[in-house]
Each structure stands twice: as C-alpha cells, then as structure tokens.
Write a protein that binds this ligand. Structure first.
Ligand code: ADP
Ligand code: MG
Length: 623
C-alpha cells in the first residue's frame, strides 16, 4: 500500500488559507483600507470596477514601504505590527496577522507601488498566483497604491460563488463605511466604474456620521458621551423619530474596530425602550474605547467579533450611556434654533406628561387641536372633564364633525369605502360595538384591547382600529377641507428630484387634508401649515414618511391618488401597536370606532376587532 498523506503544494495551501481572509471583494477592500489606515494615511481612495470583481485599488498617502518591506509584504505572516505574543494584548493597529497581502497575492493579479518620504525612488512589485512577476524601481508619490485585478481568477469555484455586482458592491460600501466611520479624521473617497460614489472630507466624528447617514440627520442625532477610568462610550444615537423598520445604520466600534454584537445591540435597544414601537430599530454609531488588554480581538479571522474581559459591565455601561443621552435630549432637546418662548412650549410637550404639563400644553391654542404627539400619547382636551374624548377635538374642526360627515355629490365615495359592513359577515349593522361604557378594559401586550360587551367580549387591535377612525376622518375631510394650523416657523423641505415630482403631484390632495405646502423650485418646498393633528415641529418628518409610504403603497393600483394618500396618512398617524394606553384612551378609541361607518375593518380589509359572543364562549366550555 502506498502512503496516502502528501503535502499540498504551496500555491494550493495559499489559496486555501486565502479563503479564510478573502471571501469576497469586500473582504479585500477592508484589508487594504485597514493597511492604509495603519500606515498613517490622511487620504485614502478606493477605486472598484465591476463591484471589485475586475479591479480593487486602494491609494493612500501613508508612510509607504522600503524596497525590502515591499518585497516581504506578501509573504505569509509578514507583518510589521507585532513581534512578540505580548504585543497581541496591546494591539492598536487594525491588522497584525500578516495574512492579508499574502492572501490577496494568492487569488488575484496584484500590483503594488509604494514609496517612503525619505526615499528618492519607489518600488513596483507585481505578483500573480503568489509568484513575483515584476520587481523594479519606479517614480512614485509618498504612499502606497495597491491594485488587485480579477479576484479569484485562479479559483473558479470561488469566483462562481460571488453574488451579483449589486450585492457585492453593497458589501463593499458597508466595509468602506465602517472604516470611514472609525477614522473620521481621514479623507475617504469611493469610485465605482469611474463614477464618484463618496467623497468624504476628514472632520469630526459628528461630521462623518452625517456624511454617512445623510444631511437630514444634522438635527436628528443625540450625542452620547460617557467616560470612566475603565472605558469610554461615545458617538450618536438617532432620535426616536429616525428609527427604521430595517436594521441598517447600526454600528459599534471597539477601539475603532467595527464589531458585530447582538449582545450590545440589545443594550441599546433596551435603552430605547418605550420610545420606539416594537418593530422599529434605532440607528446608532457608538464607539467604545477600552484598554486593549481588556479585550481579545483575536477570536475570529475577520475580527468582527470580540471577547470582553467583563461583558456585563460593558452592557450596563452602554445601556446607561444611551439612556442618559436620550434623557438629556428629552429634557433639554438640542433644538437647532434659539430657545424663545414659543419653542419652549414645543419643548414642554416633548417631555413626559404630568398633570400640570397637560394644563400648560393644552391651554396653548396651538395645541388645542392636537390629538397625538409623535403617535406617542394623546393630549386630552381638558384634564378636568372625565369623559374627555378625542373625538370632541374633531368636532371643533370644521368638516370633521359628525353633522357634516355626509359625502358631497361631487366627490364620489371610493368603492372600497361603501362596502356594506353586513356583507362582510363579521359585523351586523344593527348591533354595533356595544362595549359597556364604564367597563374596565384590558390592554394585552400593549396591542390588543379586550372589552366586555352586552353579550360577550371583543378583542380590538388598537392600531388597526385607530387607522379606521382616521381613515374615515380623512375621507370626510375630502369633501370639507380639513382645518390647517399655520406653522409658527415655516419649514423648508429639500427633496430628491423624484420625490419632488411626487410631492408636486400630491400638493392639491394634501391641501384638502390640511397641509399647506408651496413649491418654490429646485426640488424645494416650504411647509406653511399642517393638519391640526400633526404635531408641529414634526411636519418635515411627517411629509418624508408620507412620501416613503406612498412610494411603497401596497394596495391596488386602481386607487386614486387621494385614496392612496388618505390610506397612507391614516397608517402614518395611527397610534401604534406596542404603545401602552390609559383606560380613557382605550375607551376613546372604542367610542370613535363605533361611530365609524364601517368600524370592523380597515380600509385595506384587515379586521379591527373580533367579537366573541357569550354563547360561543359557553360552547367552548361545553356549557
Ligand atoms: P498586517 O496588516 O496584518 O500586518 P498585511 O498582510 O495586511 O498584514 O500587510 C503586511 C505588511 O505590509 C504590514 O504589516 C505593513 O508593514 C505593510 N503594508 C501593507 N499595506 C501597507 C500600506 N498601505 N502602506 C504601508 N505599509 C503597508
Ligand atoms: Mg493588514
């Protein structure tokens, strides 16, 4: 029998090892950018073609390499960053394993050009399949340029495994963004297929955060900053209004290294508790700095996970830091205009409600018509009357009272709106919602309201129910223009060209439901007035959200623009599932719902409540 073990040839061993470090173009981008950072560059340019499949090039103005270093850089375990095992515990650089360049040289055609400032001439090294094909002196600026072409040209199995250009470019942008957020003092640019994608001048952490998140975050970031001898947490969290349905824009950096940590994410989410509905996620960019000896970054080859010496302390600290920042923001919101008296009124309703705050807030005529604040809580019309009913606000608004609710001849009601409830089988017209007036209501999971009726009980979905209420309210407003409150401070809205076209087309319908918006060209609009139940100070956000929802409207295409708008508006303004409600608020929802023409379903056909008859319940228990 022949022996069966044999040593793999070097180039195959290299390719296998490379797979650990370079899984896709984005991994090479990360390694090359981190090398440039480690080299002390103040300018780092990334150029990619075909999402990195054809070309990845990183050009930096860092310290460059000597001739000998350029030659050695591609050897496995060639690093200038550690020399003893102890160094590992004090690591401050991004790389230290000496694997990246060796790996890249094993799976692409690589060209390195580099020069130190003290040298006359630079060095060119070309490598393919881990073999040096060119090694010569060249003229070059101080710094390093590394380009790699045709990634995985010699490992077809891996090349075939790559995703579409769109998907790979998305990964590249992710890595690019993470490095850029870690080092805001450095200039970064990204060019893809000859097109400039990003051009981020170096600046403060906040400036970089805004470059990454977008200009509209200028006023929407809450600064986090907490320091002890043991660790520092700094950075930003988005104000609750910026929360998204998707988990994007969530970044943790430990000693300027991006990490993924479900555990710490939980700490942040916890700090936001009560401020967000349960299906939305806060955005955050948080930097944790600890003594390097307290962490082990050596646990994962791509180094996105990390072991803390004591992760419970870090958890508690991150949570406290974010909570603290949010509390400061709600007590003293970092308003972007000076604090005059009117603004302080605004501020007053940002705070948690106490009885005297309700007094002050509601005594201001501007707020008399508000029913909701960020969909977070209601302001009763008057704190003294017992059966305060938010419908009574509507009756103060021309066109929304019950008396004027018939639909006028000239606006034919939408088909979906005149479906007779009895035909749905769920609801009998004559019965209605017979919830006992003074019944004790039960809110389940801050989402469902359980209410006893004459003959059983109903389970009502608070968000869907409120959506129906608002839908009918806005429907009726179409025939009687809805009340507008003039904005105290007209707000300017700058949109993308496509959003501007969309908003332009919606202006007329928006005016019917109470928005007073004027276009003044160049994709800019000025918001002069808003419906009485949109919180002032929130108008810009409300419009942006409306545009988003309108674009992603999932109902049928046949609906008129106005119908779509009304549906989006009612979805947007409805109180959300996950929000705790008082007895009074729950009764108000039920009362308003029972006053609806079609109380039992939302405009899109979801049930708003389900009734269980006593006889049915009895049956369940074989009674
Ligand atoms: P590591 O970063 O883990 O040390 P790499 O394989 O990424 O390993 O790089 C090997 C060495 O090449 C680095 O330690 C560094 O000395 C040198 N090097 C790589 N990229 C650059 C660069 N852009 N500028 C200067 N030196 C570099
Ligand atoms: Mg490196």
């Amino acid at each position: 029998m022949p022996d069966t073990i044999h040593l793999l040839p070097d180039h195959i061993a290299n390719q296998i090892a490379a797979g650990e470090v370079i899984q896709r173009p984005a991994s090479a981008v990360k390694e090359l950018m981190e090398n440039a950072v480690d080299a002390g560059a103040t300018q780092i340019k990334l150029i990619v073609n075909d999402a990195g499949k054809a070309l990845i090039q990183v050009i930096d103005n860092g310290k460059g390499m000597s001739v000998a270093d350029a030659q050695n850089a591609f050897a496995r375990h060639a690093t200038s960053k550690i020399s003893t095992i102890e160094d590992l515990f004090q690591i401050r650089t991004m790389g230290f394993r000496g694997e990246a360049l060796a790996s890249i040289a094993a799976v692409a055609q690589v060209s390195l050009k580099t020069k130190r400032s003290e040298d006359e001439l630079g060095t060119l090294v070309e490598i393919e399949n881990s073999k040096v094909t060119e090694f010569t002196s060249i003229a070059h600026d101080t710094g390093t340029s590394i380009s790699m072409k045709n990634l995985f040209f010699n490992v077809p199995a891996r090349r075939n495994f790559l995703k579409s250009n769109a998907a790979e470019l998305k990964h590249i942008i992710e890595e690019f963004t993470r490095v850029a957020l870690s080092f805001p003092e450095i200039f970064f640019s990204l060019t893809s297929n000859g097109q400039d994608v990003y051009h981020w001048e170096g600046g403060s952490f906040k400036q970089r955060a805004i470059q990454v998140l977008g200009n509209n975050y200028q006023t929407k970031l809450v600064t986090v900053g907490e320091q002890t001898d043991y660790l520092t947490v700094s950075g930003f969290v988005g104000k609750p209004e910026t929360a998204r349905k998707t988990r994007s824009d969530q970044y943790f950096f430990v000693n300027r290294r991006f990490i993924k940590s479900a555990y710490l994410h939980h700490a942040v989410a916890n700090a936001f508790e009560g401020l967000l509905s349960k299906d939305s996620y806060p955005s955050y960019i948080l930097y944790i700095d600890v003594d390097p000896s307290q962490i082990d970054i050596n646990v994962h080859p791509t180094k996105q996970e990390i072991k803390f010496e004591d992760d419970k302390i870090i958890y508690a600290f991150v949570q406290a830091a974010v909570k603290h920042a949010l509390a400061q923001f709600s007590i003293a919101p970092s308003l972007d205009f000076s604090l005059d008296a009117d603004i302080q009124q605004l501020d007053a309703i940002q705070k948690p409600f106490t009885t005297d705050k309700i007094q002050t807030a509601t005594s201001n005529s501007l707020y008399a018509g508000f029913t909701q604040k960020n969909q977070a809580h209601f302001i009763p019309k008057s704190s003294s009357t017992n059966d305060t009913d938010w419908k009574s606000f509507f009756t103060n608004i021309p066109g929304t009272s019950n008396e004027s609710s018939e639909i006028s001849e000239d606006t034919p009601p939408n088909e979906s709106y005149i479906v007779k409830p009895s035909s749905m089988g769920l609801y009998k017209e004559d019965e209605g919602l017979s919830v006992l007036e003074d019944a004790l209501l039960l809110q389940l999971h801050n989402t469902y309201i359980i209410a006893p009726t004459q003959s059983g009980c109903i389970i009502l979905h608070q968000q869907l129910a409120h959506e129906r209420v608002l839908y009918e309210k806005y429907q009726k407003a179409s025939s009687h223009p809805h009340a507008t409150q003039k904005s105290l401070f007209p707000v300017v809205l700058e949109l993308s060209p496509s959003d501007a076209i969309l908003l332009d087309e919606m202006l007329e319908d928006l005016s019917i439901i109470g928005y007073e918006i004027e276009s003044f060209g160049n994709n800019s609009f000025i918001i002069q007035g808003i419906p009485a139940d949109v919180l002032s100070g929130n108008e810009k956000n409300a419009i942006e959200l409306l545009l988003e929802q309108f674009k992603h409207f999932t109902g049928e295409v046949k609906y008129s623009k106005r119908e779509k708008l009304i549906r989006c508006m009612s979805r947007q303004m409805a109180i959300k599932a996950g929000q705790s409600l008082s007895q009074k608020e729950m009764h108000t929802i039920i009362q308003s719902l029972s006053d609806c023409d079609i109380p039992n379903v939302t405009a899109s056909g979801a049930p708003t409540y389900i009734e269980f008859k006593e006889s049915y319940l009895d049956g369940l228990f074989s009674r």
